[in-house]
Design a protein around this ligand. Structure first.
Ligand code: SF4
Length: 183
């Protein structure tokens, strides 16, 4: 792997998102029954996403707004913000990721049970944004990201759109049943 832009311990920048390759291999041997079961499980999963209560900077205010009455993320079944990573399946990176916070974010992500997803919210999380300096690191060097949301800050509607894209991704996943049954 190339040397990352930001400096820090090597293990911090080692990729941990090779699960997609395993997923693709298991999907190749899917039968009709498993494919239908996959669709049912994926449907249940995509409509019951539990985000973690976790904010890093100003973007988190827009994230909170998304869960409040004006935008009401309950319409998408994702309003149950959990206080523990062990009860969450979505991490929304809402704000800039500093070198100091990066190991904490990875630790929390690893404490989340499978299946789990992550949204990078805002320019700072995705590319360090206007704070392009030695103290920050793009979040995809720390954890695998499923959906990126542009903007500074993104509006709550944009985050809802990201959630809808994530739902589409979850619905399209294959090999779900085999993964659940450890086959
Ligand atoms: S993208 Fe903008 S609003 Fe979001 S954390 Fe960075 S500076 Fe704050």
């Amino acid at each position: 792997m190339e040397t990352p832009f930001a400096s820090g311990p090597a293990e911090l920048f080692a990729r941990i998102d090779n699960a997609a390759i395993d997923n693709a291999a298991s999907a190749a041997s899917e039968g009709v029954l498993f494919a239908k079961l996959d669709q049912a499980i994926n449907w249940a999963r995509k409509n019951s996403i539990w985000p973690m209560s976790f904010g890093l900077a100003c973007c988190a205010i827009e994230m909170m707004s998304m869960s409040a009455s004006r935008f009401d993320i309950a319409r998408f079944g994702a309003e149950v913000f959990r206080g523990s990573p062990r009860q969450s399946d979505l991490m929304i990176i809402a704000g800039r990721v500093s070198n100091k916070m990066a190991p904490v974010i990875r630790h929390l992500y690893q404490q989340m049970p499978e299946p789990k997803w992550a949204i990078s919210m805002g320019a700072c999380a995705t590319s360090t944004g206007v704070f392009n300096n030695y103290a920050l690191v793009p979040v995809n060097q720390v954890i695998p990201i499923d959906v990126y949301v542009p903007g500074c800050p993104p509006r709550p509607e944009q985050l809802i759109h990201a959630l809808m894209l994530l739902q589409r991704k979850i619905q399209a996943e294959s090999g779900t049943t085999k993964n659940v049954l450890n086959l």
